[in-house]
Design a protein around this ligand. Structure first.
Ligand code: TMP
Ligand code: ASP
Length: 237
């Protein structure tokens, strides 16, 4: 499989074409971004942790029957993935109150929700990723109604699997964001599942171990990602 030219450069990943049109190389860089790209820094070693972390989670979800775009880990920072036609939407699920929902609804951080809360956001940094609902998605042709139902169902199913997995490692999965896409009519989990796109707290101390450490300037960002990985049994070497 020959790696070819850069297809897209995201805030923390780069996607390259390959000699096979249906496959792409995903490169996890050390770039770390917050607040829709307003704060960006290089954190040595983050790309490697995130690549290995993502592959561990996607392999786990695959074993539970969730179709994921991951095909093969290539090296420390790169993996081969199936090329998807991505929905321009972010699927967020929240188990505890944190981040934007606290500001929006005046909630205290740490409030446990009776049932997970699902939210859609429109993927657009210039607009600050605004929250949207099914009607916006259908009106603007971002996905069809059957697909919307599948995205909600898959996200909540993934939440059930991962909440259990994290709890066994004494970790609370507070919330996370997923992105999905289609290949040959089938929906796959795309993008990534890493501490860049979720909130994870220590079960006892409630210490933040995810990208909030970077957003809030708490330090030890990569070390905390490694701590989550270590507890879950991700092989980082
Ligand atoms: P929020 O509290 O900022 O809305 O974020 C909820 C979760 O989704 C949190 O784990 C961070 C993640 N997220 C991203 O990774 N990227 C995004 O663009 C957004 C809106 C959320
Ligand atoms: N993922 C978005 C960004 O990089 C939002 C965030 O994480 O704060 O800017």
């Amino acid at each position: 499989m020959e790696k070819k030219e850069l297809l897209t450069k995201g805030k923390a990943k780069e996607l390259y074409k390959t000699s096979d049109d249906s496959k792409l190389v995903m490169d996890f860089t050390d770039d770390t971004s917050a607040f829709d790209g307003k704060k960006i820094e290089q954190l040595a070693g983050k790309g490697t942790v995130n690549n290995r972390f993502n592959n561990f989670i996607m392999n786990y979800l695959d074993s539970k029957g969730v179709a994921c775009h991951l095909l093969e880990e290539l090296n420390d920072r790169e993996s081969l993935v199936l090329s998807l036609d991505m929905f321009p939407i972010e699927c967020v699920v929240r188990n505890y109150a944190a981040g934007s929902i606290c500001k929006r609804l005046g909630l205290e951080e740490g409030l446990k929700f009776e049932n997970p809360i699902f939210e859609f956001f429109y993927k657009d940094d210039d607009l600050g990723d605004p929250m949207i609902n099914d009607n916006h998605i259908i009106s603007f042709g971002w996905a069809e109604s059957d697909d919307i139902e599948i995205l909600k169902k898959l996200t909540l199913e993934i939440n059930d699997h991962l909440v259990d997995l994290f709890l066994k490692a004494d970790l609370i999965l507070v919330d996370f964001k997923l992105e999905f896409g289609k290949n040959s009519g089938k929906i796959y989990l795309g993008d990534e599942f890493t501490p860049d796109g979720c909130r994870v707290w220590d079960k006892e101390t409630k210490k933040k171990l995810d990208k909030d450490r970077f957003r809030l300037g708490l330090g030890d960002v990569v070390e905390s990602y490694q701590e989550i990985a270590h507890r879950l049994g991700v092989n980082l070497t």
